[in-house]
Design a protein around this ligand. Structure first.
Ligand code: PHE
Length: 342
């Protein structure tokens, strides 16, 4: 019996097989149990000999089963390890990574350049009251600039007595908010989304501007000019960048100037810093006293300059992107082509 079971235990190839042997040998109805039941019919002398022998056999079989079980488990683990190992030195499968949108990239670049000149960043809401967007900027209700800007007005329910709201048409309302929050002296840029009902190759109903302003005791157009020239040299990274300050009019600046950048369009490719064409990139001027006052700053003590620049516009120029609308089409091929880094 001993030989038979020890042999079968050794041969058992898996845990189920081993369990079957165990039941057959030392289970409740197993062969050893059967023999033990036979002890009752023996004489006391026989029992004294056979009892311990059967118990010892039972113990030996149990021990052999436990040992076999342990070695089966070891083997199973070894097999799994052999099968499931991972070569961490293999290259990964190629995976598409996202890119940084050109508008985000350019906003970062602009912010970094002005940060070097001591400007910090201020932000304001995209849904603005028409007071911040217009009145505080010296654009009263009847002013033609309101119509020119193709403003999106927020619908109002009847009986709604909140002030009228618009989608801001420029980042200039952040001038007012920054003055209110921070006071003078002040040096901030305000990048963000703006909205106008307009759509063609160079206009989308949502686009991006960056506002800039500097307020101090003594500040002039000369400071504005230096600041913008310095910015354009750093941003466009082209030698011989040339700006043209063209007299203009904005209700919130006096005097006002629009700024163009020298370029050529030879053979359909845009070159900056050469040629006889001029491309408008921003509006600017000395802050109107009424605007300073609306921001809670005394115009007899302080003066400032301000400018507003199209972020998408300068991104198109720097990276040679021909159609503004592509910025907002979410075409993955376009984004992979014009996007930055990963
Ligand atoms: N807000 C003007 C625009 O959107 C730009 C501007 C800003 C002009 C600041 C002068 C000063 O066209």
């Amino acid at each position: 019996l001993r030989e038979k079971y020890l042999g079968r235990i050794k041969e058992a190839g898996d845990e189920a097989g081993l369990e079957a042997v165990r039941l057959e040998a030392v289970g409740k109805k197993g062969e050893v149990a059967l023999l033990m039941r036979g002890l009752g019919k023996m004489t006391p002398e026989e029992r004294q000999v056979e009892g311990p022998r059967l118990n010892a056999l039972k113990d030996e079989i149990n021990a052999a089963i436990a040992a076999r079980k342990a070695s089966l488990e070891d083997a199973a683990l070894e097999a799994r390890l052999a099968e499931e190992w991972l070569d961490v030195t293999l290259p990964t499968r190629p995976r598409r990574q996202g890119t940084i949108h050109p508008v985000s990239q350019v906003t970062e670049e602009v912010t970094a350049i002005f940060a070097d000149m001591g400007f910090s960043v201020a932000e304001g809401p995209q849904i603005e009251t028409d007071w911040y967007n217009f009145d505080a900027l010296n654009i009263p209700g009847h002013h033609p600039a309101r119509a020119e800007m193709d403003t999106f007005y927020m619908a109002r329910a009847e009986g709604d007595d909140r002030p009228p709201h618009v989608l801001r048409t420029h980042t200039s309302p952040v001038q007012i908010r920054a003055m209110e929050e921070r006071g003078a002296p002040l040096r901030v840029i305000c990048p963000g989304r703006v909205y106008r009902a307009d759509y063609d190759q160079t206009h989308t109903p949502m686009f991006h501007q960056v506002e800039g302003m500097a307020i101090d005791r003594v500040i002039s157009m000369a400071n504005l000019k230096w600041c913008l020239e310095e910015f354009c040299r750093a941003f466009f990274e082209v030698d011989g960048i040339e700006l043209r300050f063209r007299a203009s009019h904005f209700p919130f600046t006096e005097p006002s100037a629009e700024v163009d950048i020298r370029c050529s369009w030879e053979g359909g490719t845009l070159r900056l810093g050469e040629g006889d064409d001029w491309l408008e990139i921003l509006g600017s001027g000395m802050m109107h006293p009424k605007v300073l006052k609306a921001g809670g700053i005394d115009p007899s003590q302080w003066q400032g300059f301000a400018f507003g620049m199209g972020i998408d516009r300068i991104a198109m120029l720097k990276y040679g992107i021909p159609d503004l609308r592509a910025f907002f089409d979410s075409d993955l091929r376009w984004l992979r082509h014009y996007g930055f880094g990963a």
